[in-house]
Design a protein around this ligand. Structure first.
Ligand code: FES
Ligand SMILES: [Fe+2]
Length: 393
């Protein structure tokens, strides 16, 4: 039982871990929501950064967002700025976005195309593979050799078209090892890698990052909250199926009644069969990668803590080639603008709720709480979080 006289922000790490462990070990039938202290304790926030964000694979976008050699993007993971660059040979590489001289922030822009990267400080210049190629006036230093200096590289993997980077120097498992069961059991039939990116945005909301994970991993709120958007797919809550427990992901799915229109496969989609032609899959690749996958588009979000009560949610939409082929080139920009408006409405519908979760859970005095049967993914996420955070030394 939490001590109801201690403000949530002051709850010590050991108490949060014990609470998490207790919730994680309850059977789902009697499971409770994620402990409020896990979203408010300042000490736990630092612990979570170290045990989750400094260790785990974090999605930074889609591989097709790097169309040519030199295409690059910067992104933040746990306050570490990273630089991802398409290589001459075609692969992608990730680096810490800090110069190898005195560690100045190297690339300031969010994305672009470059043949080389020059530090704004003393003009050390790097090739796309991170190798130092020029260091002005360093011939004044005896024995200095540019070939001995390079950017610090990070592990990167592409899975089903998504790009994941980890700050861990020796990741315990590959993304493929973690997510391949999700591919073989559920999402592989969609061939997400062929979906093409049509938009990418970033939002900042006033809530803990886990409040958005909580919200996205349950569709119980959809008929109530998303009247102007997702509720129009008319999927009865009774038809939702939650996937079995897995250490690295959670998902639920439901088929909409309509074989045509939004949410259904295009007639030229020959990848999906039967009810999968109108199936929606919502999954979370733990810790923070959320995907709504449909036959005619996918929507992904990568959530990052910006502070204990603020998050950055980078999101994008990608659509399969047969859908794109149907949009006349002159209408494409209008089509994207309309889609963006639709997603903006859906995000606004969620924002108020996610921020309400943060505000409500600030109180140290709360009722017991419980979970609906289709909130099973929340319990799975809590178990994952408990495992990650409790396993740390
Ligand atoms: S810090 Fe980058 S060149 Fe000096
Ligand atoms: Fe929602």
């Amino acid at each position: 039982m939490p001590n109801e006289t201690v403000p949530q922000a002051d709850v010590p790490v050991a108490v949060v871990l014990a609470e998490l462990d207790r919730v994680a070990h309850q059977p789902f039938e009697s499971a409770r929501p994620i402990p409020a202290s896990a979203n408010h304790s300042e000490a736990f926030f630092a612990h979570e950064r170290r045990t989750v964000f400094m260790q785990e694979w974090i999605c930074i976008g889609r591989a097709d967002e790097f169309p040519v050699a030199g295409s690059y993007m910067t992104h933040e993971i746990a306050d570490v700025s990273i630089l991802v660059v398409r290589q001459e040979g075609g692969g992608l590489r990730a680096f810490v976005n800090a110069c190898a001289h005195r560690f100045a922030h190297l690339v300031a822009s969010e994305n672009g195309t470059a043949k080389k990267f020059t530090c704004p400080y003393h003009a050390w210049t790097y090739a796309c593979d991170g190798q130092l190629v020029r260091a002005p006036y360093m011939e004044m230093k005896d024995g200095f050799d540019v070939s001995q200096h390079k950017l610090r590289s990070l592990h990167l993997e592409v899975w089903e078209g998504f790009v994941y980077v980890t700050l861990a120097q020796e990741p315990k498992r590959t993304v493929h090892e973690r997510l391949d069961k999700l591919r073989t059991d559920v999402v592989g039939r969609f061939d997400m890698a062929c979906y093409k990116t049509v938009m990418r945005e970033t939002m900042v909301w006033d809530a803990n990052w886990k409040n958005l994970i909580e919200n996205f991993t349950e569709s119980y709120h959809v008929p109530i909250a998303h009247g102007k958007t997702f509720a129009q797919h008319n999927k009865p809550l009774e038809t939702y199926v939650c996937g079995d427990e897995n250490d690295w992901f959670g998902y639920h799915r439901a088929a909409q009644p309509s074989d045509t229109g939004s949410g259904a496969a295009h007639p030229n989609n020959n990848r999906l069969e039967g009810e999968w032609r109108r199936m929606m899959v919502d999954y979370c690749a733990f810790p923070n990668h959320l995907v709504t996958l449909m036959p005619d588009y996918l929507w992904w979000i990568s959530v990052q803590p910006k502070g204990i009560g603020q998050m950055t949610a980078t999101w994008g939409v990608a659509v399969p080639p047969e859908v794109l082929a149907d949009i006349p080139e002159v209408e494409f920009n209008d089509w994207v603008a309309d889609f963006r408006k639709y997603m903006d409405v859906a995000n606004d519908e969620d924002k108020a709720l996610v921020e309400a979760l943060w505000r409500g859970t600030k109180s140290p005095i709360l009722p017991v709480g419980t979970l609906h049967p289709i909130e099973r993914n929340l319990w799975q996420f809590t178990r994952y979080l408990s495992r990650m955070c409790n396993a740390a030394d």
